[in-house]
Design a protein around this ligand. Structure first.
Ligand code: KG4
Ligand code: ZN
Length: 338
């Protein structure tokens, strides 16, 4: 049998610079440099993100190689995210990947970021992996999709958001509450002690399997504005209940559509992926639902929920097996789909 390929994965689509080394389906290292620079701006500033990627990329790759205890000559292929994402950010990782492939005379592989999130489930860590076909609720800062995953290289988006993504809904709601970016994890934290029924917000009416979150944001804004007029300390005094109610609204929208997709497709094998899949309430509610309805549910490890290069490396591994290599003329695309 041929030796297991060693893949260098690179992720730079948004505000995390990450490099991972994968041997076969096993992770040898997974380095991530977060960018603190955006916190004071309340969101990712694209120009600052691409500059930070430029500073981080070489040290992050160097550390990943050292921690994996390999030499750069041992790497068989380099896989990098070529979209969707911020173009300036994608350009840093893809330019590095292309140069590395050229310099080392090895093949390169382009990876769709959202497919990377989904394929993170196949990283070998002794866990039960999903069987095909399965439905993946892919929820991040930029996307909200229900994906019918037929194989590692055949996926169909059967539902998507018509406006904001679920992560955006978390982050924008958090901003309305005066919480720093990214607000999703903070809402999760405060919600632990809150009452999910304390506040009610408008529910979107969207056809079929699509999502909408912009109405919810407006509903939250009005609720806060009305209450602050009566009590200037409204947010501070109700932060836990507000977070629990907002989180409950977002998660309910996600789960209702996922259930609709299960009914429509008859597929009862489920997975979640993307940054929002780190949300404890979403994870728990889906676990309870799956127990009740005998669905098979796959939940990623926390470290593979938010952006990381291990997921890009595993997606690269499957393309490597398919001999699906990219050429030097490849360019990243901000709104890449599949
Ligand atoms: O996948 P990701 O790291 O980056 C993108 O591809 O966008 O997702 C980032 C998103 C952010 O909106 C962040 O607030 C959200 O994931 N997020 C969470 C949690 N952890 C990260 N949202 C809710 N609860 C969490 N625990
Ligand atoms: Zn992501």
């Amino acid at each position: 049998m041929n030796k297991e390929p060693i893949i260098l994965g690179i992720e730079s689509s948004c505000d995390d610079t990450s490099a991972a080394i994968l041997k076969g389906k096993k992770i040898l290292s997974n380095e991530i440099a977060n960018q603190e620079v955006h916190t004071i701006y309340g969101g990712v500033v694209p120009e600052l993100a691409s500059r930070a990627h430029q500073q981080n990329i070489i040290p992050v790759v160097d550390t990943a190689i050292k921690k994996a205890n390999i030499k750069k000559e041992d790497i068989d292929a380099v896989a990098f995210t070529n979209g969707p994402g911020l173009l300036g950010s994608l350009l840093v990782g893809s330019s590095f990947g292309k140069s590395f492939a050229l310099g080392m005379n090895i093949p390169m592989i382009t990876v769709n970021h959202m497919q990377g999130h989904i394929l993170a489930h196949f990283i070998d860590e002794g866990k039960v992996i999903p069987t095909f076909p399965f439905l993946c609720l892919t929820v991040s800062g930029g996307h909200t999709q229900i994906v019918k995953v037929k194989s590692t290289n055949s996926m169909e988006i059967i539902g998507t958001t018509i406006d904001d993504a679920a992560g955006e809904a978390f982050d924008k709601s958090a901003k309305l509450l005066g919480l720093p970016y990214p607000g999703g994890p903070l809402i999760d934290k405060y919600a632990l002690k809150g009452n999910i029924d304390a506040f009610k917000f408008g529910k979107p009416k969207v056809n079929d399997l699509d999502f909408s979150f912009s109405g919810l944001k407006t509903s939250i804004l009005y609720k806060i504005q009305n209450n602050i007029q009566k009590n200037p300390k409204f947010i501070k005094e109700n932060i836990e209940d507000l977070c629990a109610s907002i989180q409950h609204s977002i998660v309910t929208i996600l789960i209702e559509k996922l259930e609709k997709a299960i009914l429509k497709t008859g597929i009862k094998e489920l997975a979640i992926a993307g940054g929002v899949s780190a949300n404890s309430y979403l994870r728990n509610e889906l676990k309870l639902l799956s127990q009740k309805k005998s669905y098979k549910l796959h939940i990623p490890k926390f470290e593979y929920c938010t952006d990381n290069a291990a997921m890009i490396a595993i997606a690269g591994y499957f393309k490597y097996l398919d001999n699906d290599f990219a050429k030097q003329c490849e360019t990243p695309r901000a709104s890449l789909t599949f």
